[in-house]
Write a protein that binds this ligand. Sequence first.
Ligand code: SF4
Ligand code: MSK
Length: 664
Amino acid sequence: MSDEEKKLKPVSLEGKKVKEIDYRDTTTCETTLQMLQKVAADGHETAIKRAFDMKPCPIGAESACCKHCFMGPCRLNARDPYSRVGVCGATIDTIGARNFARMVASGGAAHTDHGMGMLDVFREVINGNIKGFRIKDEKKLRSVAASIGIEVEGREVLDVAKDLYKELERTYTQVEGEIPFAKRVPAKTLETWRKHGVVPRGAMREIMEIMHRTHMGVDQDYENIVKQCSRTALADGWGGSMVATEITDILFGTPTPHVAGVNMGFLKEDQVNIIIHGHEPLLFEAMIAATSDPAVTEKAKAAGAKGVNLLGMCCSGAEALGRHGIPHAGNFLSVEPVIATGAVDAMAVDVQCIMQSLATLSECYGTRFFTTNPRCKIEGATHIEFHEHEPEHAPNEIIRLAIERFKNRPARVVIPSRKDMGVHGFSHEYINYMLGGTFRGSYTPLNENIINGRIRGVAGVVGCTNPRVKQDYVHVTLVKELIKNNVLVVQTGCSQIALAKAGLMKPDAAVLAGDGLREVCETVGMPPVLSLGSCVDNSRILIACAEMVRMGGLGDSIADLPVAGCAPEYMSEKAICIGQYFVASGVYTVFGVTFPIVEGTKFHKLLFEDLEHQGFGKWGFAMDPYEIARLMIAHIDKKRAALGIMGERERKLFSMEDRRAAEG
Ligand code: SF4
Ligand code: MSK
């Protein structure tokens, strides 16, 4: 381990009193650190301090308790899990599987509700009822429609769009049959799903059924519960999330790579700063339109500002960064600290990952804090509802109040100077084009480079940051280790922001990659780490996997591919659902932080071993980034060996010299 790596290594904070917190142990992000120290000096608190104050409940952390009825709640002994059962007789496997299933249902509901909201807007746009948005990417519309068997040749855009809407609505409402995007799943993977009865019908039905089956006294066979977990999670990955991604691209444009910036240094002292935080793209798109109006700049100037400066955070920010190059101020654990700059005149949020504390902290620093979605109101926030039919109303009101706040900004504003530039805005379509060129755009070159061993495999590193883990440390260390070992990394969500801050999204970061990956990156001019967007854009990774199978040479199903996934600092139920849909799709998926299951149980063995034998992927768990990398690379090598493509580089690892030394 280098000195630099030692410096980054987390220090155990167990048993430390709050006043002893050294914030350098809690984050590797220097601007977040600066602001965490400021918040503490100002006498306020953040999630990191509260995480110190409140240790996780050890029983809940392993899902060894059940409160599904009022004969309980029942607590089993996680250290001796089969020593007792719940009042109703439920075993640790039933209790663990039911709890896990409800996490999948909640996470899947979040993504599918987001996707359904996007589809509602799409319907209203094509029916002419929403004038503020329009179909921006007709090419994408036609290719999505064609991918699920809709006739596109010679047809009007609106006719194709109407058929596409009708078809995609089934993703949510269908009660029998297979979701439309099942047509994109490689045949052998789909065969496995059919064999095990996990092809999703419609998201509403799957989520309803999982809630029913996990009610007291219904499904008490952990294997049967896990089948419904897979079915529900797949209704998210290949359903709700995929619809969200595709419809957003159709309405607002498919991202293409461009240079853009990340970090708090993009706040501007002489401008009205407005941060958009959350997940759905509609509010952000409407804010972009509103702030582009010269009249808005004039109003800001009249208040003494040079203009209005729009920034994003979390997944709303990741989408706007990838699609439009709007600067991103930071990932999940930086959202509270950024308020402490005093420079945020307004923060407007929609849904998901919005800490309730933001309302209180905003009040401490005079920031105007707005909720905009009827699903997410927060005590202490000002609610200005965003209406898709009148998309300019909420942004104009938020801008007006932000300008007011600018006029009354506190004298002491501290803006960290750091700005990190990188290339953002990859999509599975662009990867196709980038590697294959305009006329022969395909995944063939990627497959060829994997087969010849220049690229060892592909890893998806995604997900949140979590105050139980040193912010960004595991993401960055893991990704560096993977690219050093010639594993191409694709990213979404808050993880990609961690790597952008660490400078890994510049093409010259290829110097950190192993020889083979470096050669490919330098030839193509791409960074070794590709950012693909928000949490719902994990569906881009699924499509990329399906394309790799379709191009040939790497097996017949996603489970055959030399790929692996990881959410090393996750915190949300959405991440559990994402993990389960990757596992059900055939991908080995490693989580960090903690895993909500009791080890040594039959349920644990099913998720961590047996699913793979059934033709799916499997779960893994480790907290140390080097161990996570080792697990992922070992899995990639296992798949390479099964495909018979260990190649020159790998053969060199077992050269005669090595063998003699080993036999020594
Ligand atoms: Fe206890 Fe069974 Fe009720 Fe759960 S469902 S709380 S295990 S009695
Ligand atoms: S925003 S789900 S903290 S990635 Fe999608 Fe970040 Fe995780 Fe929220």
